[in-house]
Every structure is written in C-alpha cells, then in structure tokens.
Design a protein around this ligand. Structure first.
Ligand SMILES: [Zn+2]
Length: 70
C-alpha cells in the first residue's frame, strides 16, 4: 500500500508576504503564532515607488518651502 501524503509545509504557520501593489508572492515570513498575509513591496514596485517618491519629495519640498514662508 502506497500512501501519498504530501502534507503542506508548515501547514499554515507563518505569514505570507504579498506585494501590496502587484500582488506578487514574495514568500513566507517566519513568525510564531503569526498567521495571515503581510503586505510589502516587491523590488519592481519598490523601484517604481522610489522614482515616484523622488518626484513627490520634490513637490513636498516646494510646497513645504512655500508653507514655511507664510
Ligand atoms: Zn510588486
């Protein structure tokens, strides 16, 4: 008798990390008792955010400067 018993690794222990932007699976995070989904940013989206942040920071600086002068 052969029984194929492929029990899932961990069986739901640990947290899955998913990119909040593109839902890319980034693997599992080790965490005792912590079960669920954690959102983060994958490298691709991180680069994109950094590019947009650069522009955003520029805008923030301009706005902040203007606000401080008032
Ligand atoms: Zn992503």
């Amino acid at each position: 008798m052969e029984t194929e018993n492929l029990s899932e690794k961990g069986g739901g222990h640990g947290m899955r990390v998913v990119c909040a932007w593109c839902n890319k699976d980034m693997g599992e995070k080790d965490g005792k008792g912590a079960v669920g989904v954690s959102h983060g940013l994958c490298q691709e989206c991180f680069d994109r955010v950094m590019l947009e942040a650069e522009n955003g920071i520029m805008m923030d600086l301009l706005i902040a400067e203007d606000a401080e002068e008032r």
